[in-house]
Design a protein around this ligand. Structure first.
Ligand code: UGA
Length: 436
């Protein structure tokens, strides 16, 4: 099929490269000409495992092209809208870029099109898209069929998630859309039960609810972790005990610094804003957000309490800057928030991340008492404490002979990824979350 992806950001590029790899002819369109010219040279503006190779391979075999022209983009039969919908100040989704794209499609459409929204957009967006084109194309004798097809890709494993989906949601009233998209997804979704057809509104709400539910699980566990600390319980044991119940499951029950990234905080805020706008009482979702908003401060307080009155004469080391492992994405990274909270109270913060150093230098350029390490253990002997903020595999088995050089011989583990007993047995103190 001839497919256009509008928005060559994270979702668009992964979707485009994976569809091209399935043998389709895919054009990725973005109005940012600088991004398009880099992509033509296989230069990807962010780190996602396997993506660079997939893009290069499909450029070479001519399945994947890049353009800034809506004239070219509207020649395809299928258009995926993968446009960013960032948060407005009040939490609602900013749809400016999305609406600009709709107007450009309207101007350039010369044939029937199937328009599929992958952007996480407010409930009602797909119905709006359908009526926008039905209204404006009446005289052109062109028909546009709209469909919501939310994405469930996780950064760091997005290609695998695309190629092995747990479910595919199609929110549409268009029979044509259902027929074409069933065919498109058949190679990666042979199990018919995994492809669910519903109304556009239900599809849009499914996306928001999925992210909000996972975010709520995390906040729930972080709240339990606080109780755990007070009663001297062990949150790992509590989690293990809970998760053997299949109704609860084990995923997204890890307590730590909380959830970050470009999706959970944004989507949770948008859903809460939607509740407020529609006079729907908010309880659980607002609570999940509140718990998460406080999590970093609680951890910073623990660190500063430990460092005591002399903190401004001490150096510390932080491992992990990205919001999660296997990405260089710093959006809503709890590590960045922690650094900003601690910086005014500490002499020097030494930081290390396997992928996000370059982006962090830019993000934190206003902070002067920060030093970017060339390697994981550099300067450890000058540091009072080590703080872990992202669960990269690189940090799983720290070299004891290096860690023991920390002045206070203590690790603050913001991701509960290390074994307290093991560290204690070699003379290293340990402070996690939900653990005495
Ligand atoms: C999330 C969803 O998992 C995807 O299904 C969805 O498609 C995507 O958002 C999106 O809407 O685009 P992602 O933001 O890549 O994916 O990251 P997650 O792996 O879900 O992690 C989010 C945050 O939760 C991270 O900061 C992570 O450290 C934190 N987390 C995760 C915990 O604190 N505890 C856990 O047990 C799990």
């Amino acid at each position: 099929m001839n497919i256009t992806i509008i928005g060559a950001g994270y979702v668009g590029l992964v979707t485009g490269a994976c569809l091209a790899n399935m043998g389709h002819s895919v054009a990725c369109l973005d109005i940012n000409k600088r991004v398009i010219s880099s992509l033509k040279k296989s230069k990807i503006p962010f780190y996602e495992p396997g993506l660079s190779d997939l893009v290069s391979k499909n450029i070479v075999n001519n399945n994947l092209t890049f353009t800034s022209s809506y004239g070219t983009g509207c020649k395809s039969d299928l258009i995926f809208l993968c446009i960013d919908t960032p948060s407005n100040e009040d939490g609602s989704a900013n749809m400016n870029n999305f609406h600009k794209a709709l107007n450009l499609i309207l101007k350039n459409a010369k044939k029937d099109l199937l328009l599929i929204t992958k952007s996480t957009a407010p409930i009602g967006t797909t119905s709006f898209v359908q009526s926008f084109f039905s209204r404006n194309l009446k005289n052109k004798k062109i028909k546009i069929d709209a469909c919501s097809n939310p994405e469930f890709l996780r950064e760091g494993s997005a290609i695998n998630d695309f190629q092995n989906p747990e479910r595919i949601i199609l929110g549409t009233y268009s029979k044509k859309a259902i027929k074409i998209l069933r065919q498109l997804y058949l190679p990666i979704c042979q199990d018919k039960k995994k492809l669910i057809i519903m109304s556009p509104e239900s599809a849009e709400l499914t996306k928001y609810s999925s992210n909000a539910f996972l975010a709520t699980k995390i906040s729930f566990m972080n709240e339990i972790a606080k109780i755990s600390e007070v009663v001297d319980a062990n949150i790992h044991d509590v989690r293990a005990g809970m998760s053997l119940d299949p109704r609860i499951g084990k995923e997204f029950l890890s307590s730590g610094l909380g959830f970050g990234g470009s999706c959970f905080p944004k989507d949770l805020a948008a859903l809460i804003r939607f509740q407020e706008e529609n006079n729907i009482p908010t309880g659980v979702l607002e609570g999940a957000k509140r718990v998460n908003d406080k999590q970093v401060n609680n951890f910073a307080k623990k660190i500063l309490k430990f460092l005591g009155k002399n903190s401004s004469s001490l150096s510390i080391t932080i491992w992990g800057l990205s919001f999660k492992p296997n990405t260089d994405d710093l959006r809503e990274s709890l590590s960045i928030k922690l650094i900003r909270t601690l910086a005014p109270h500490i002499k020097l913060i030494q930081v290390y991340d396997p992928a996000a150093m370059k982006k962090a230098k830019k993000e934190l350029e206003d902070i002067s008492n920060i030093s970017y390490l060339n390697s994981q253990y550099q300067g450890i002997e000058k540091s009072s404490i080590l703080v872990i903020c992202t669960e990269w595999d690189h940090f799983l088995s720290p070299k004891i002979e290096k860690i023991i050089q920390l002045k206070s011989k203590i690790i603050f583990d913001g991701r509960n990824m290390l074994d307290k007993a093991e560290l204690n047995s070699v003379g290293i103190k340990y402070q996690g979350i939900g653990l005495k």
